[in-house]
Write a protein that binds this ligand. Structure first.
Ligand SMILES: [Mg+2]
Length: 407
């Protein structure tokens, strides 16, 4: 079998808006053509073979940029046997290394292609990808959803969801206390402090200690991921379960976080960590340190979610999968079939390969317009020292008082 073509499908996910993280459509709501910055794109990849088998994959990381990277990589993959996945991954890595450290953009490009190669292999052998990865450890994957208010948390609980995560940009301890009070003890609760250095390691350690009584499943990205020494400080001073890794890619990118035991849970993103090939290896790296894996899914589209289900089915240390419930009505129309959660779980797919395809006509109806975003409000551009709008990466942005319980 030979690779004869690689196609990309880039789409805009919900309406462009003025604010919000690229990874989380829930922040932005104002559709406008003026000062366009926000929202997500999804990039799907199809690898065509001379035997008519087509593999599907997805790249997150910075989809509009990655589309060009995938087209560049195509030139070294045409004519290759798609079943030699490891060799082709190594070939892509060598092709990229001259551009610098791989990161999630290079990782995202390799991811979509790698995912499609696993899909082709599964289809060729008439077996699901989880079977190629060693078989099933579990038949269904527990998911968690996002909730920042008691109302949303309770509606998710009613729908059977058993775990929720809130975002902790300001006053995280108070928010966690409010949510724990609303949902009771039977649901799992976690918080994402989102990583930019608005907390110093000393502040983050204090926040982590204040969160101890709420029995969180994990505290995510308390400080910027570049600051691994800071993670050590937090770890040594607070008795909370730490999670990180969503902005890192490949076994090389996550190595120190795991080997130095800086977290209890690693969160590589299935759409940009380097593909199923790397997810499986990162899981093994983590397993050796008794670290669990809970893949990030903030920016993921529905094809990468399928890949996560196969990986989590096959690894012993798969903890839970992030899933943004109801992020965009078009999610369900983008893929066939669209998986539905039941009692807080997604079923592991049993069809050959990944078991999913995109609706190309629907994807083409949503052409990409923009895919860069910035935190802050529509007033962005004003210099607002010590606030969310200051937009200076290296300095603590928010007034420290908002992080701590008062009185
Ligand atoms: Mg996160």
């Amino acid at each position: 079998m030979r690779i004869v073509d690689i196609e990309t499908f880039l789409m805009q996910v919900d309406a462009p808006n003025l604010r919000g993280w690229a990874s989380d459509g829930s922040f932005g709501t104002t559709a406008t053509r003026q000062g366009l910055v926000g929202t997500r794109n999804w990039l799907f990849v199809k690898v065509h073979t001379d035997e008519g088998i087509v593999g599907i994959g997805e790249c997150s990381g910075w989809p509009r940029v990655i589309q060009t990277a995938v087209q560049d990589l195509k030139s070294i993959l045409l004519g290759e046997d798609p079943t030699h996945i490891e060799r082709l991954w190594q070939k892509m890595m060598c092709a990229i290394m001259g551009h610098g450290m791989v990161g999630t953009v290079g990782g995202g490009a390799m991811t979509g292609i790698d995912m499609a190669l696993w899909d082709i292999k599964g289809k060729a052998l008439n077996t699901p990808v989880w079977n190629l990865l060693g078989g099933k450890v579990r038949d269904r994957i527990r998911i968690y959803a996002h909730a920042n208010t008691a109302e949303v948390a309770l509606s998710l609980k009613k729908r059977g969801i058993t775990a929720i995560k809130c975002g902790g940009v300001s006053d995280p301890v108070r928010k966690v206390a409010m949510l724990r009070d609303a949902i009771g003890d039977e649901m799992d609760l976690m918080i994402d402090l989102h990583g930019p250095p608005w907390l110093t390691p000393a502040d983050a350690a204090q926040v982590a200690r204040a969160l101890e009584p709420y029995r969180l499943m994990f505290v995510e990205d308390p400080i910027a991921p570049e600051n691994l020494d800071g993670f050590r400080r937090i770890r040594d001073s607070a008795n909370v379960t730490l999670a990180a890794g969503e902005r890192m890619a490949t076994v090389y990118g996550l190595r120190e976080l795991i080997e130095k035991n800086l977290v209890d849970i690693v969160q590589p993103d299935t759409g940009r960590a380097g593909g199923i090939t790397q997810m499986k290896k990162i899981a093994a790296q983590a397993e050796a340190h008794h670290i669990m894996m809970a893949p990030h899914s903030g920016s993921l589209g529905p094809v990468a979610e399928y890949a996560a289900l196969h990986v989590l089915a096959a690894i012993p240390n798969g903890l839970i999968l992030e899933r943004i419930e109801d992020d965009w009505a078009g999610r369900a129309q983008t893929v066939v079939p669209h998986p539905l959660q039941e009692n807080g779980f997604l079923k592991v797919p049993d069809a050959p390969g990944l078991g999913v395809d995109i609706d190309e006509a629907f994807v083409k109806k949503h052409p990409s317009e923009c895919n860069v975003s910035i935190p802050g409000t529509a007033k962005s551009g004003a210099y607002a020292e010590g606030t969310y709008d200051e937009q200076v990466y290296v300095q603590t942005r928010l007034k420290r008082g908002v992080y701590f319980p008062r009185g």
